[in-house]
Design a protein around this ligand. Sequence first.
Ligand code: SAM
Length: 249
Amino acid sequence: MDDLELIIDLHKGALRLGPGSSEETGKALKLTNLNLSEDLKIADIGCGSGAQTLELARLTRGKIIAVDLFPEFLEKVKEYAEEEGYKERINTLQCSMDDLPFEEESLDLIWSEGAIYNMGFQKGLLAWRKFLKPGGYIAVSEITWLKEDRPPELEQFWSGTYSEMHSLEVKKDQLKNCGYELVGNFTISENSWLDNYYTPMLSRIPDFLKRHQEDKNAEDLVKEEQHEIDLFKKYKDYYGYVFYIARKI
Ligand code: SAM
């Protein structure tokens, strides 16, 4: 199996594919001040299995388009949406986030938890802005440095993993320069990394390794994930996922 197939296989049983929680999805939504009526049109970009898509459906009466590149995850979104009775309000779209087919000024809210990094923070903010109605909102969570004087092994790991790893101040400036007014931001809790993302992933690893016995790529993937988790446990005060909620200006 190639690396991408292995990543999908490791994550496809998960509810959350990155750090986050329903409480934090709700907290970010409140900061938008939007009218959560049936007229609301939301796109959830890089939705994964749809944990936050479902929470948005629970908290609003609007219509949500859940977008992801991989059908394996969208199948999960469909399954959960059907189970919870949101089939009419949640539609899925298999598409790349850098090639979205939306009409200009057609969305009230763009949501993206732990996914804009796939395109790059600034590139995503700029490309998606045109889809928002005037005064529409964007809510994105993005990994961010929270302290200066980072330990070299941490700096090396994250700078090598994501070229747009920056401080809160830089991210805020980028939002402004891309045509948004920040209305609020907060850092996602430690439990949202451990309880909702890393611990469930660790519990899937034994079965994953059984499915891919003697596959060096699978073993390497597990080592990389374990290294990321170890760094988080050691240095979690230095960085975090920050939710940025901003209005199109
Ligand atoms: N929002 C989900 C969550 O928090 O559980 C998923 C976060 S996961 C870290 C990133 C998601 O982005 C994955 O579901 C992945 O399939 C999706 N993705 C990666 N590249 C993409 C692209 N080019 N276009 C759309 N989605 C993409």
